[in-house]
Design a protein around this ligand. Structure first.
Ligand code: ADP
Length: 441
């Protein structure tokens, strides 16, 4: 049984159930029909007996049978007087005269290849005793029953056959998507995630399974693509500084005429810092993705944290003549202090990096319901509307040519930190006018 296909198992089960149902139901039906027909025959023979009784006339000690006594088709009446003399009979059939007179309920006899129902009754009036016998053929009833039995014996196997064929057909159709899923799964086993199950219109359970499978494939393909892009972007991001380091180190070693070893060494140092930053950011994100980061929640004062961040970035802001403004209210949040500092450093750092000379960066924080709303806004270069949905993607940089200092990981880290705190981040930006990041946590 274990090795059988589902559709064969289904077919066997419902054939068995249908078979059992028919085997129980049809005999019950047959017996009910037989009992009903027999009851009707008994009523008929009883009615004939009543007619026979009422046709007997006892007149001044004289016994006679009225003319109105007429037996229905295939029914015979025999009437005897008390001396055993036949006073009325519409049959010559011997047996009807010889079988023992048995009063009470109608009984059945088999005579001359026919089934008969016999009813005997003794009628008494004054001194007269009369015996009446009614014999009625129930062969028609038997014929009906035999036909019913024959039909049932033909119908049961035919019904089972139709059930098997129809059931197999329906099961095959219903389970077709599963075969498609199996075929597709083995094709995907060879690495092609772009395949989908097609041609399934029905929205039954199996259709839903096919849809869910397609959705799962789409999301797998998407994640797979992202991972591929992540790996290629990481290598690309690290390859450029490594190439610069190698070129400068080779220039120093070869003592290239005109090359300043100090400048070359400084470049090597700067590029090494860059590699270090990218590796640290990557490590942070990877630990985040793998769920290895243990968040340490504590009461964090936002004005104090903002002051510390702005102080750290003051020099960088001053170099671009950008004014940093702390407008945070006296709000505290339950947060991981080092993660929140990192988030603020990235946001304010970006606001300075993408700010305009003589510009401003404002950091605000206020209570909002049970949580708080933090906003970091600037009057810098802004972001194009079509780039807004991609801005939190890893390694995405709006305009790669304008600033080599970024890696495109800062906002992914911000998003991850906000997610870790169960918060939400939104971005509004107008090109050439500035951006505003809103964080609710
Ligand atoms: P990056 O290291 O390049 O700054 P981020 O992930 O921090 O990477 O930011 C992704 C991109 O979003 C940046 O390259 C930049 O184009 C854009 N961006 C981020 N913050 C701002 C901002 N305040 N104003 C304008 N553009 C911004």
């Amino acid at each position: 049984m274990k090795k059988l296909k589902i559709r064969t198992k289904m077919m066997l089960w419902y054939t068995l159930l249908t078979g059992i149902l028919l085997a129980v139901f049809l005999p019950v039906l047959y017996h009910t029909i037989a009992a009903t027909l027999l009851d009707s025959e008994k009523n008929n023979i009883g009615a004939t007996m009543s007619i026979a009784e009422s046709s007997i006339e006892f007149d001044n000690g004289h016994l006679s049978i009225g003319d109105e006594l007429k037996a229905p088709a295939n029914t015979f009446i025999i009437i005897w007087d008390k001396s055993g003399q036949v006073i009325y009979a519409n049959t010559q059939k011997n047996l009807f005269y010889t079988i023992q007179f048995t009063e009470g309920n109608p009984y059945r006899i088999y005579y001359n290849n026919e089934d008969w129902l016999v009813l005997d009754k003794t009628v008494q009036e004054n001194n007269h005793v009369v015996k009446i016998r009614i014999c009625s053929s129930i062969d028609k009833m038997e014929a009906v029953l035999n036909r019913t039995l024959f039909l049932m014996l033909v119908v049961i196997p035919l019904f089972l056959l139709i059930t098997i064929i129809g059931g197999l057909f329906i099961a095959k159709r219903a389970l077709r998507p599963i075969s498609k899923i199996t075929d597709l799964a083995s094709e995907i086993g060879h690495g092609d995630l772009s395949k989908r199950i097609t041609g399934i219109e029905s929205m039954d359970e199996v259709g839903e399974l096919a849809n869910t499978f397609n959705e799962m494939l789409a999301s797998l393909e998407n994640s797979f693509e992202k991972e591929k892009r992540f790996s290629s972007d990481s290598s690309h991001e690290l390859r450029t500084p490594v190439a610069i380091i190698m070129a400068n180190a080779e220039a120093i070693l070869a003592a290239t005429p005109g090359a300043d070893p100090t400048t070359a060494a400084n470049t090597i140092l700067a590029e090494s810092h860059r590699i270090n930053t990218v590796i640290c950011q990557l490590l942070m994100l990877t630990r985040g993705i793998e769920g290895k980061y243990q968040i340490q929640l504590e009461e964090v004062s936002l004005p104090v944290l903002t002051d510390a961040v702005l102080e750290q970035l003051q020099e960088e802001a001053a170099s671009k003549v950008i004014t940093l403004v702390n407008e945070t209210a006296d709000v505290t949040v339950q947060a991981d202090q080092s993660l929140l500092t990192q988030m603020m450093l990235n946001l304010v750092g970006n606001a300075i990096k993408y700010g305009k000379p003589d510009g401003h960066v404002w950091v605000k924080a206020e209570r909002e319901g049970d949580g708080c709303l933090i906003t970091v806004s600037d009057d810098g270069i802004g972001i194009m509307p079509e780039e807004l949905p991609l801005i939190f993607d890893r390694f995405y940089r709006a305009d790669k040519s304008r600033d080599r200092s970024g890696s495109g990981l800062g906002l992914s880290i911000v998003k991850w930190i906000v997610d870790m705190h169960g918060g939400k981040i939104e971005l509004e930006s107008t090109p050439d006018q500035g951006s505003i990041f809103l964080i609710r946590m």
